[in-house]
Design a binder for this molecule. Structure first.
Ligand SMILES: *Cc1c(COP(=O)(O)O)cnc(C)c1O
Length: 357
């Protein structure tokens, strides 16, 4: 925590706004807008809820198809299935590990040739690294398929100076406990089209029509963020730049001390600014990766393989996919190193020596 979170929480208690409404919710949304430059924001209970509402607002219904990055956490794809729709997974490219524009276009053409035009693209910025936005935005507008930017891991990252989450139709942030800043659990849906955020607010608060009594013309959800948790968010916004600097420093330290012909790091292409949420290494083989992981484990240092691609997950393996082997290769050889914002030089040195040994 940054230290000032409890001041905002205390304000909620002092004013008795212990509810999913209040000054902290409004203040946190303003903070998100100011930081990212996006025109509107709706604070929600999770990033998953934000993706779900984004799909609903883009009209995704039963049997519709939605393109989705395969190299991601399952929460990117689960809401597609909540809607009864079909995820179509698209593999990564090597420069950013995100959705490959060539495969994306191939997937769109293939689905259209089968008579189903995908309704949306869920584009993930994995580990905080921006996807190839120029190419992907061009494909999105050429085929008129809107983008939901899953920037759950990429809050504070930018592409050519613009905040991730603000470049597609709708953007999604997560403030879960493991993300770069946290409200314990929480998320936000953002857009430069205010109507999306207004509609998300309506849907997230049980879709109550404007009337004195309780009247409902649409199915609603209970997805709003608590005013207490938004207080944590306001405190966290004050240290976001700090956290990004700490994560980027972790990355630089590991890279300086470990980069070799056996261990590779993901570079930032020109104009891409990653928040370096997690520092990842890519080894030469599954065997080498496991040797490192198990050695770290022995030293009581937690390190996990990179995301297992969605098209390889038991629950998603039978859905259509467009793959090139890149995410499978990353899953096999990659390892996320300890990346917390509070790691000390001693901690970092301990990880580096364990890996070197
Ligand atoms: C964490 C995460 C989510 C889900 O966010 P929650 O707030 O935990 O629901 C979605 N997508 C990605 C890529 C994530 O890492």
């Amino acid at each position: 925590m940054g230290g000032r979170e409890q001041i905002y929480i205390q304000q909620a208690f002092n004013t008795n706004w212990i509810a999913p409404i209040g000054a902290n919710v409004d203040g946190f949304e303003k903070d998100i807008m100011n930081y990212t430059g996006v025109k509107s924001a709706t604070a929600l209970s999770s990033g998953t809820a934000a993706i779900h509402l984004a799909l609903i607002m883009l009209g995704v219904k039963s049997d519709d198809e939605v393109l989705c990055s395969s190299f991601t956490f399952s929460a990117s794809a689960n809401p597609i299935v909540y809607q009864g729709a079909v995820p179509v997974f698209v593999d990564s490219e090597l420069d950013t590990w995100n959705m490959c524009p060539i495969l994306l276009e191939k997937a769109i053409k293939d689905r259209i040739s089968r008579g189903v035009k995908p309704k949306a693209i869920i584009l993930v910025h994995i580990y905080g690294m921006p996807a190839k936005m120029d190419e992907i935005l061009a494909i999105s507008s050429k085929f008129e398929i809107p983008i939901i930017e899953d920037a759950a891991e990429a809050f504070g990252a930018t592409f050519k100076g613009n905040a991730l989450g603000t470049l597609g139709e709708i953007g999604v942030y997560s403030f879960n406990g493991n993300k770069i800043i946290t409200t314990s659990g929480g998320g936000a849906l953002v857009s430069n089209e205010k109507t999306y955020c207004d509609k998300a607010l309506f849907l997230a608060t049980q879709a109550a029509d404007k009337a004195a009594h309780y009247q409902h013309s649409e199915i609603g959800y209970n997805y709003r963020m608590s005013n207490i948790l938004a207080g944590i968010g306001r405190g966290q916004m004050e240290v976001l730049d700090n956290r990004i600097a700490a994560r980027r420093a972790n990355f630089e330290f590991y890279k300086k001390n470990l980069v070799s012909e056996n261990i590779e790091f993901l570079q930032e292409p020109e104009g891409y600014f990653s928040n370096r949420w997690l520092t990842c290494i890519v080894t030469k083989s599954l065997n080498q990766r496991e040797n490192i992981r198990l050695k770290l484990k022995k030293e009581n240092i937690e390190a996990r393989p990179l995301w297992k691609p969605m098209h390889k997950q038991p629950i998603f393996k039978d859905y259509p996919n467009f793959v090139n082997g890149i995410s499978e290769n990353l899953f096999e050889k990659g390892l996320c190193l300890p990346s917390g914002s509070n790691l000390t030089k001693d901690d970092l040195n301990r990880v580096v020596s364990a890996i070197k040994s």
